[in-house]
Design a binder for this molecule. Structure first.
Ligand code: NAD
Length: 368
């Protein structure tokens, strides 16, 4: 029997609510398969800061260091509440970026997927959704502006200023490109390279490396698109994309747009992969506006579990079952509040009911 240790960081806001549903699925997967999961909870984010004075405490680092994989809920506070935490200790700067750095999880996979049958969730017209949206954004996660040197001060003219550095070396670019090319090679063999080389020198180097790596994947066609044009085309013709690769900040912004074209960020799971460690998290934040109401969509968190089974535990068939179970719940006419308005002809369910229905569906599926 295989056995895996999973660090479970429920996080802030809706984090604990959607993590609870993901844990239900992990427990069912355990029952159905020849596998055991040791789930080790740990504090991470604002909750950790208020409890220990540190958003990523040493005890959590120790648990994550020993884990085979990390399941992380969203972290963070509302704009106003964030002011209760010193800037450098706030959840992203104090926990999220340090975790990405610690485990060098440089490859962030963010699927943007909506089958044709669920097209009504999207704000896009049916003719734009066509046979369905199914693309994956591959975002570089440990470089660029988010990790470069930062400086603030007062300049010679007495004005406050800020300086942030966007830095990449060729090794960082090459390693994320290999992820993207391999993925494209397994899918539709088209890779959209998202850049801004008309303005940014970082994109000029990025594109040079694309040209160097490309011959290693002769079956993959590369299509270069400026990031601003890509933002438009995601709305006008999302079905032209399959695998998209981009640097850190472009990926942060475009992937939220990905949630927008699906109809909700609640449909956005993700995998953050390093060579030795991986963690899995929804792409979205802690949604303080809906926390504690049992209305958050746990699809993103349960989908992150499916991505964990695929990428860390080699349980591809069971992962597929989880995706199908979730889609099956929607196909039965159920919806969480983020995806449908009352009176839209759907049966509205809450966070826990969605989790329960996924459990019900998955239980009915044959074990792989
Ligand atoms: P957000 O992603 O939390 O929410 C944006 C909108 O999407 C809100 O209306 C929210 O209700 C909705 N939403 C998000 N997830 C949902 C779900 N699962 N179900 C239904 N609706 C959902 O963005 P925000 O409000 O700008 O940020 C809130 C906090 O989250 C901030 O502190 C921010 O820094 C943090 N954040 C954390 C992460 C992370 O942990 N990786 C990522 C992004 C933002």
């Amino acid at each position: 029997m295989k056995s895996f240790k999973i660090a479970v960081l429920a996080g802030d806001g809706i984090g604990p609510e959607i993590t609870q549903e993901a844990v239900k699925i992990l427990k069912l997967v355990e029952q159905r398969n020849d596998v055991t999961f040791e789930l080790v909870p740990a504090l991470f984010g604002a909750c950790a800061y208020f409890e220990t004075g540190d958003a990523f405490p040493q005890a959590t680092k120790d648990i994550c260091d020993k884990a085979d994989a990390i399941l992380k809920g969203p972290i963070g506070l509302s704009h106003e509440e964030s002011k209760n935490i010193p800037i450098d200790k706030q959840p992203e700067r104090g926990a999220l970026l340090p975790m990405r750095k610690r485990y060098n999880t440089y490859a962030n996979y963010r699927p943007v997927s909506l089958p044709k049958e669920l097209g009504h969730f999207s704000p896009l017209k049916p003719e734009i959704i066509g046979e369905g949206i199914d693309l994956i954004m591959v975002r570089e996660l440990v470089g660029g502006l988010y990790f470069g040197a930062k400086e603030t001060g007062v300049n010679d003219e007495g004005l406050r200023y800020v300086k942030e550095t966007l830095e990449y070396d060729e090794k960082q670019i090459r390693q994320i490109l290999h992820h993207a090319f391999k993925l494209a090679s397994k899918r539709k063999k088209v890779l959209h390279n998202i850049h801004k080389s008309n303005v940014l020198k970082s994109s000029v180097l990025w594109n040079e490396i694309v040209e160097e790596v490309s011959p290693e994947y002769p079956d993959v066609e590369v299509i270069n698109i400026l990031v601003d044009a890509a933002a438009t085309l995601l709305c006008l013709k999302p079905t032209q994309f399959d695998v998209m690769v981009m640097e850190n900040m472009f990926g942060d912004i475009l992937s939220d747009q990905g949630g927008g074209i699906l109809g909700s960020l609640g449909l956005m799971p993700s995998a953050c992969l390093g060579d030795d460690k991986a963690y899995y998290e929804p792409s979205h934040g802690s949604a303080p506006d809906i926390a504690g109401k049992n209305i958050a969509n746990p699809y993103s968190m349960i989908g992150s579990v499916a991505m964990m089974l695929e990428n860390s535990f080699d349980m591809h068939d069971e992962a597929k079952n989880i995706w199908n179970a979730m889609q099956g719940v929607f196909a039965d006419g159920y919806s969480t509040a983020d995806l449908s308005k009352p009176g839209a002809g759907v049966k509205m369910i809450g966070t826990t009911e969605f989790g329960d229905k996924v459990v019900e569906k998955l239980s009915q599926m044959p074990t792989p």
